[in-house]
Write a protein that binds this ligand. Structure first.
Ligand code: SF4
Ligand code: MG
Length: 330
């Protein structure tokens, strides 16, 4: 709750003023046991920073992180160790996240050795079990990462993340470095593993196509804020934030008849700098619905009766939902 991460920057050649990159600027959300929360947004929206904050790989500037009711915001490395088993991360790049000089066996067994709970004699069997679980040949534990394809390397990363039977897995763009043809296989693997192992996922993606089928709920981020959060179906069928509508309009539609019907919303301009984000609604510089109030007042993230949350002064499709009363100058 109230999660903030600012990266201070010093005055220098490229930067005229000292200040801070407001990577994450006040996030309130929860992740429910057994669900998949998809998190989408363009690069620079703070989604990776959010992932690193909730796994405690980064220290928040302010705010609070609770895991199973326990405040873990300020635990030190030693205090975090037992929790490390429960919370794991899968990284974007299966090429750089695996040490090229280590065998697959060494990579996947590292978590066991770090935690020191599995007897040495049992580790090889555990590694082989994990390789089989992610669809790799258990006999290949002596091979090196370069002997595997991109998709197989991401499977190795997944095996390593699952080694200690975590409860929560945060996957930061787990398939965006892979060939499109392989992406679905890896996403489906994650989905199967969730059922089998009762995992809870936070899956981070830069567009809505990859996480479409696996998310239970989806949070849309823009410049360090959550602008919309809803059940998957609700978000796809009744997007309320203009930014979500624009993201959805970019998702490829396989059926040509539906494709013809749907207008593509092209956003003007680039994402503004997170060093000095726009006043009011941070999306107002690119929003086709922006009015005066949008420039002056930041819209709060409002929760509707349906559980749908949206931060916008002029949300879409409000006919079937009731918004709380507005202030006099809105
Ligand atoms: Fe657009 Fe205004 Fe809504 Fe922001 S608050 S998304 S600028 S309509
Ligand atoms: Mg990222």
């Amino acid at each position: 709750s109230g999660l903030v991460k600012h990266f201070p920057i010093k005055k220098g050649l490229l930067q005229r003023q000292s200040g801070a990159v407001q990577a994450v600027d006040g996030l309130d959300f929860d992740v429910r046991p057994g669900e998949t929360l998809g998190v989408v947004g363009e690069s620079g929206c703070g989604k990776s920073t959010m992932g690193r904050l909730i796994t405690r790989l980064l220290e928040p500037t302010s705010g609070k992180i609770e895991f199973e009711g326990k405040d873990i915001t300020h635990l030190n490395t030693a205090q975090m160790r037992p929790m490390r088993r429960d919370v794991q991360m899968i990284f974007q790049d299966p090429y750089s996240s695996l040490n090229p000089r280590h065998t697959v066996g060494a990579i996947v067994s590292a978590p066991f050795r770090l935690q020191g709970v599995t007897p040495e004699g049992g580790i090889k069997a555990e590694v082989q079990r994990l390789l089989a679980l992610v669809g790799l040949n258990p006999e290949h534990y002596n091979r090196y990462p370069h002997e595997f394809s991109g998709g197989q390397r991401q499977r190795i990363g997944i095996a390593r993340a699952l080694a200690l039977k975590p409860k929560l897995v945060v996957a930061d763009e787990p398939v965006s470095a892979l060939d499109v043809s392989i992406q679905a296989q890896v996403v489906n693997l994650l989905d199967d593993l969730q059922d089998e192992l009762g995992l809870t996922y936070v899956i981070i993606a830069h567009d809505l196509s990859v996480i479409r089928h696996v998310s239970d709920r989806i949070a849309v981020m823009y410049l360090g804020k959550i602008v919309e959060l809803a059940d998957r179906k609700d978000l796809y069928e009744r997007p309320m934030h203009p930014y979500t509508k624009a993201l959805l309009s970019a998702v490829p539609v396989p059926d040509p008849r539906r494709r013809a019907k749907r207008e593509r919303i092209l956003l003007k301009g680039d994402v503004p700098s997170p060093i000095s984000p726009p006043s009011g609604c941070r999306f107002h510089t690119r929003c086709w619905k922006a009015t005066e109030v949008c420039k002056r007042q930041e819209p709060p993230l409002v929760s509707l009766a349906t559980g749908h949350q949206v931060a916008c002064h002029h949300p879409e499709s409000v006919s079937d939902v009731r918004l709380p009363p507005r202030g006099p100058d809105q």
